[in-house]
Every structure is written in structure tokens, then in C-alpha cells.
Design a protein around this ligand. Structure first.
Ligand SMILES: [Zn+2]
Length: 183
């Protein structure tokens, strides 16, 4: 159902033309969405009238606005903190995974200390390289994005980042495996 003209008529400040009014009333009878919108608007209007009747104390509006601003800032900070934690969590998780692989590689190659050493060094170099790349490319982006990206996007970004980390980990492990065979 198309609510376009009715929604704008409901929120309109000026009075409607008679045929618009009857058209709106007819639509309201059949459309629950617009009825709900009308009800909410009436509630808001009633609230405003109440505010008008009960004279607010001096400075009330300012205090209210300040509280609202504080609340909004607090929420934004909370969201930022959550995104940062989510990012740290996945990065740490991926790093931990790499560490596990490293340990497995290390213990499975203990019979040959030199090989273990080379494998370990290669893997560590790979990890450092990856971390540096992430720091150079992702962190500055985050600073910009953190202020402009809605939470749900963060979910996808973090998911993508962890998948990318995994995908980048596989070649490192493969390289090690080939190296081990060739040694
Ligand atoms: Zn409608």
C-alpha cells in the first residue's frame, strides 16, 4: 500500500483541503500503519501541550537539552567502545589461532631444531608483516569510519577482517609446509 500522500498529510502543519481530508479519513479506515502513525503523532502533540501547560522551570529546556546531548555522546562512546572491543577481540582471536598453528608446527618439528627455528622465524616474520599491514591500512581507516559507520556495518567489517586474516594465514602455513618438505 502506498502511504506517501497520507503520511505527509498526517505530519503537515497546515490544514488539509476538504477532499484531502476525506481521502485521508478513508485511508485511515483501511490502513493500520497510518492509524498508528496518527496515534503516535497525537501522543507527541499531547506531550507538547502538557509541557506548555506546566510551565517549565527556568533553564529546564537547557538542562533537558544538555542531558539529551550527554546521553547521545554517551551512547556514541559506548558504541565506539563496543566496536573497538569487537575488533580487538577478532584480531586477538585470529592472532591466537596463528599462535596455535605456530605451536603445533613447532612441536611437530622439534625432532629437527634448525628446521623448527626457521619455520618459527618465517611464521613470526609473516605475522609481523601482517600486523604491520593491518596497522598501516586498517587503523587509520577505523579512526575515520568509527564516527560514520552504523553498528551493523561494523559486524560485516569485523567479519571480513577476520576472514581476511584467516585467508592470509593459510598461505603462511602452506609455505611452511612446502619449506619443511624441501629442507
Ligand atoms: Zn497507510
Amino acid at each position: 500500500m502506498d502511504h506517501k500522500p497520507y503520511e505527509s498529510w498526517l505530519v503537515a502543519d497546515e490544514a488539509l483541503l476538504p477532499d484531502q481530508e476525506s481521502s485521508l479519513q478513508a485511508h485511515l479506515k483501511t490502513c493500520e500503519d497510518c492509524r498508528n502513525l496518527q496515534a503516535s503523532l497525537q501522543e507527541v502533540e499531547a506531550l507538547f501541550e502538557q509541557r506548555f501547560f506546566f510551565q517549565p522551570q527556568p533553564g529546564f529546556t537547557e538542562r533537558w537539552q544538555m542531558r539529551l546531548t550527554e546521553k547521545l555522546i554517551g551512547e556514541r562512546e559506548k558504541q565506539q567502545l563496543r566496536s573497538t572491543w569487537m575488533f580487538l577481540f577478532t584480531t586477538t582471536g585470529s592472532a591466537f589461532l596463528v599462535l596455535i598453528i605456530l605451536s603445533i608446527r613447532f612441536f611437530s618439528t622439534l625432532q629437527n631444531p634448525t628446521e623448527a627455528f626457521i619455520s618459527g622465524m618465517t611464521l613470526i616474520a609473516g605475522i609481523l608483516n601482517l600486523t604491520e599491514t593491518i596497522q598501516k591500512t586498517v587503523f587509520p581507516l577505523i579512526d575515520v569510519l568509527i564516527l560514520s559507520v552504523p553498528t551493523i556495518w561494523w559486524f560485516y567489517i569485523v567479519l571480513g577482517a577476520s576472514l581476511l586474516t584467516l585467508v592470509l594465514t593459510i598461505p603462511i602455513v602452506r609455505t611452511l609446509r612446502t619449506r619443511r618438505v624441501s629442507l
